[in-house]
Design a protein around this ligand. Structure first.
Ligand code: 16G
Length: 240
């Protein structure tokens, strides 16, 4: 309920009320939201206040608007821990989701200087360049470009990367993956990203670059991923 005597702003109380209904499952993904007028009448508040609350929930990804149709509850974002070094396949499986990949391109190319530097190999040495759309339960989550030295990880095929690359490296080749550094930054979807991720051009995305090393410190991969910001959030535990 909305408490007009509370020091908390009314729009904020409405935000929390709607969020609570979504979290408790009283409002489910895809449900359409009552109109601004209905909320205004139900709580005896102004439509402006309702609009402010709804805009905030749209901006934070709880709701989405469809022009001329209405406002709907968005799919819950996938919350990814930034603790362990896991693969996309493992991440999705641990959530009970079905991972899959759509292979966009797969080739052995001559390594560009900036990749050679990061993989600690000679310029123009052969590297696999693998471009994949990563999907969860059939929904595109990320567009990922992976560079791996072809002299280090041998025998990668289209079949391998349609499944799990980490699985192939560890189980088939018995190579031990060590640690990675990851950099996250925000951006907006390019034409290509929007096409593969099935989002509008200019939608917010999270760019992630992961540089992974083997247990013996040899650089393994340079991966650039574009994650849908409407479906993903990242979580980290901080210890003092
Ligand atoms: C994740 C990793 C990527 C790795 C891939 C392996 C991030 C940002 N990136 O997508 O670096 O190559 O998993 O996944 O998490 P796979 O074993 O399922 O092919």
């Amino acid at each position: 309920m909305i408490d007009k005597t509370s020091p908390l702003p009314i729009y904020y109380q409405l935000v929390e009320l709607i969020k609570g209904m979504i979290e408790k499952g009283e409002l489910k993904p895809g449900d359409s939201l009552p109109s601004e007028r209905e909320y205004a009448e139900r709580f005896k508040i102004s439509r402006m206040t309702v609009r402010q609350a709804i805009t905030e929930l749209v901006n934070s990804g709880y709701l989405f608007r469809q022009k001329g149709v209405g406002t709907f509850v968005a799919e819950k974002k996938i919350e990814q821990q930034l603790l362990g070094l896991t693969s996309f396949t493992e991440d999705m499986q641990s959530r009970g989701m079905v991972p899959s990949s759509k292979l966009i391109s797969f080739e052995i190319v001559s390594s560009p200087a900036y990749i050679s530097e990061q993989l600690n190999i000679q310029e123009h040495a052969p590297v696999y360049e693998i471009k994949r759309v990563r999907l969860a339960d059939g929904i595109p989550m990320a567009l990922e470009t992976t560079f791996v030295s072809a002299n280090l990880v041998k025998g990668i095929t289209e079949d391998t990367v349609s499944q799990s690359l980490y699985d192939y490296i560890e189980k088939q080749l018995s190579i031990k993956i060590g640690e990675a550094t990851q950099v996250l930054e925000s951006s907006i979807a390019t034409q290509q990203e929007s096409q593969y991720l099935k989002i509008k051009k200019g939608s917010p995305i999270l760019l992630i670059q992961r540089n992974t090393k083997l247990a013996d410190e040899t650089p393994l991969e340079v991966v650039k991923s574009s994650y849908r910001a409407d479906r993903y959030k990242f979580m980290i535990t901080l210890k003092r």
